[in-house]
Write a protein of this length. Structure first.
Length: 100
C-alpha cells in the first residue's frame, strides 16, 4: 500500500479544496459576480439567481467553508464578499498548476 500523505503538498490540498468549492456553475457565477463588486448582500444574490434561497445558501456555505468568500451579519441580512487573500491564492495555485 502506498502512503500518499508524504507525497501530497499543502498547496495541492488547498488547490483541491478551492477546486471542489468552485466545481459548480452556480458557485462560479457567484464568485464572478462578487469579484466585480466590493460586496453583495445574499438577498441581492437570490434575486439574481433563479434558484431556491436554501439552495443558494448551501452554495454560499461551500464557498465560505473553502475560504473563497466571507460573510458579515448586518441584520437581517448577511453581506458576502470575496476573501481577496484566498481568492488570489487560488488563482496563483491554479496558474502554477497549469504551467506544467
Amino acid at each position: 500500500m502506498i502512503k500518499i500523505e508524504g507525497i501530497i503538498t499543502e498547496k495541492e490540498k488547498r488547490a483541491a479544496r478551492y477546486a471542489k468549492a468552485m466545481g459548480h456553475p452556480i458557485r462560479m457565477y457567484v464568485l464572478g459576480l462578487l469579484s466585480k463588486q466590493a460586496c453583495c448582500y445574499s438577498g441581492d444574490l437570490s434575486e439574481e439567481l433563479p434558484i431556491a434561497k436554501s439552495t443558494l445558501s448551501q452554495h454560499l456555505k461551500e464557498l465560505r467553508s473553502a475560504g473563497l468568500i466571507q460573510g458579515e451579519i448586518e441584520a437581517p441580512r448577511i453581506k458576502y464578499c470575496i476573501n481577496r487573500k484566498n481568492f488570489d491564492e487560488a488563482r496563483e495555485l491554479f496558474k502554477t498548476f497549469f504551467e506544467f
